[in-house]
Design a protein around this ligand. Structure first.
Ligand SMILES: Nc1ncnc2c1ncn2[C@@H]1O[C@H](COP(=O)(O)OP(=O)(O)OP(=O)(O)O)[C@@H](O)[C@H]1O
Ligand SMILES: [Mg+2]
Length: 223
């Protein structure tokens, strides 16, 4: 069976993962604060819409749409233009009711025929849902509903500074089909690095790859 791939738009990444994310899968991008998660997902959506003509939805739980537009403008990505063309929708949400949120995303996704959905971040959900089993069940259900729309879903999560796991309570990583870990290392030449921790149906690189934040976004190095 040929597996369809979604090019990530992250320079240097597709080569490490057989050409892109598995179409219609879920990917967790996780890392400590400032590791580059928001840049990663906005680059994925911007390139998705601009280069690959994939309409996308960005669900933001922590930043306002204005702050996201400004963040993107610094890399030369004009998100407003994509929004005006109906290629991108930014939803600012407060994660009180996940069910209502998913219904809203479903409606918006159908309206613009979204192919890419991003939630930045799901860490707030972890704080609202205190039982780990409950969180795991809700995330599985949420990701299934979003994938049922035929989209590729990327979620981000924050790793607390003192934590050795991949998310706050070590639950989110099990719900996703793939996990990409971004790391910040202050003492090394390259400050940031990326590792594909798992990616189902993919013979992915097992190495730690440094990446640079260039004027045009993230550039992953093959060394
Ligand atoms: N235009 C830029 N060029 C290079 N580096 C940048 C640029 N903008 C931000 N950065 C670096 O990227 C970091 C933030 O990246 P980003 O917001 O993608 O990380 P994050 O993991 O989403 O952080 P947060 O914990 O706030 O969610 C900044 O702290 C800064 O070091
Ligand atoms: Mg962020």
């Amino acid at each position: 069976m040929v597996i369809e791939r979604v090019p990530t738009g992250i320079s240097g990444l597709d080569e490490l993962i057989e050409g892109g994310f598995v179409k219609n899968s879920s990917i967790l991008v996780t890392g400590k604060t400032g590791s580059g998660k928001t840049t990663f997902i906005t680059q994925f959506l911007h390139a998705g819409a601009r280069v690959y003509k994939d309409p996308g939805i960005l669900v933001s739980t922590e930043e306002t749409s204005r702050s996201i537009r400004n963040h993107c403008a610094r890399y030369g990505w004009n998100m407003e233009e994509l929004e005006n063309k109906g290629m991108l929708k930014i939803l600012e949400v407060e994660p009180f009711s996940i069910d209502t949120l998913v219904t809203t995303i479903e409606k918006e996704a159908q309206l613009i025929h979204a192919k890419r959905i991003v939630i930045d971040s799901v860490s707030m959900f972890e704080m609202y849902i205190d039982k780990q089993l409950e969180m795991r069940k809700i995330l599985f259900k949420t990701l299934r509903r979003l994938k049922d729309l035929g989209t590729t879903v990327v979620i981000t999560a924050e790793i607390p500074e003192d934590s050795q796991s991949l998310s706050r309570y070590g639950v989110i990583e099990f719900a996703a089909d793939a996990v990409v870990v971004l790391q910040y290392m202050s003492l090394t030449k390259y400050k940031r690095s990326l590792m594909v921790r798992k990616m189902r149906d993919t013979n992915h690189s097992q190495d730690i790859h440094p990446f640079e934040m260039m004027a045009t976004g993230i550039n992953v190095l093959s060394i």
